[in-house]
Design a protein around this ligand. Sequence first.
Ligand SMILES: Cc1cc2nc3c(=O)[nH]c(=O)nc-3n(C[C@H](O)[C@H](O)[C@H](O)COP(=O)(O)OP(=O)(O)OC[C@H]3O[C@@H](n4cnc5c(N)ncnc54)[C@H](O)[C@@H]3O)c2cc1C
Length: 302
Amino acid sequence: MKTLMPYFEYVRPSNLEEALNILEKHDGSAEVLAGGTDLLVKLKDKLSYDKKTIIDINRLRELDYVRKADGVLAVGALTRIETLSRSKLVRETAPLLAEVAYEFGTWQIRNTATLGGNLANASNANDYGVALMVLDAKIKLKSVRQEREVSVDKFFLANHKADIRTGELLVEISFPVPSQDCRTAFVKMEGRESSSYPVVNSAALTRLSPSLTIEEVRIAVGGVSPTPLRLRSVEERLRGLSVAEWEEIESVLRDVRNLVNPSSSNVASKVYRAEMSYVYVKRALQAALSRAGFYSSIAGGG
Ligand SMILES: Cc1cc2nc3c(=O)[nH]c(=O)nc-3n(C[C@H](O)[C@H](O)[C@H](O)COP(=O)(O)OP(=O)(O)OC[C@H]3O[C@@H](n4cnc5c(N)ncnc54)[C@H](O)[C@@H]3O)c2cc1C
């Protein structure tokens, strides 16, 4: 069957100022095109009929960068996922971003898709949402009138709805570089094909004391609630536990099933998603703990 695209006006600004002015002028009737890997699917499904203008931001080279200054890593919104997998700076300072990229879509998608687009699209299972939550990231948004920063925890409002106001462009993602003794991990359950949004994903960051007590822990899970979820109450209960007390850690993790609010889809039922939230959070934590130097058969199994 032939799929027809809806009619739209196409504009291609050459710098950020021009793009913001066009966004302002269109007052909510325009949609931004970055890599197009989500947007073109949406256009073909005609879910974007109300948008009369597409603003292609691919000429905005000033939004394509990875930089580190004063202990903060900053990534421009137009940075491609493939860049995150190849960047030496990313691999050395925030390997979690590269690890997510290795697992992301197909090679073609990674070359096209951008970090800003992944977040702005705000799928409840977007891979960078959970990763950036455990990195305590902030998202910078800019319009003609103002610039503001939102913590990534507060950025996702509902499935496919982010805190981006009319006239705003997501311009940068930044976070404090984790200390050298922190370890991170990302795990996901692929959808029906390995090249689509995952069913469940999870990221963890940990720091252990020399006596193997959990000093720092951050955990997030996606695909099991209307938005990716930072599990702060779980983190609080895990902090201070010794990894030798695995039974206790495990019992805290089992409660993840009660904190999530999944929906059923044609890929997985809500009961299955809830169960998998526990399994994948546990896997992410185990992987981060083993990178932190804790190898144990009790923490091993799935
Ligand atoms: C085959 C396939 C596999 C995929 N695999 C994965 C996967 O493994 N993991 C995963 O998380 N996702 C996956 N995706 C989803 C998609 O590739 C990602 O979400 C991607 O990062 C979107 O980025 P983009 O640049 O293509 O966004 P676009 O499609 O260009 O835009 C997406 C939305 O964000 C808005 N937007 C884009 N940039 C900005 C900005 N700077 N400011 C404001 N709004 C903006 C657009 O207006 C649009 O509404 C996959 C998609 C496909 C088709």
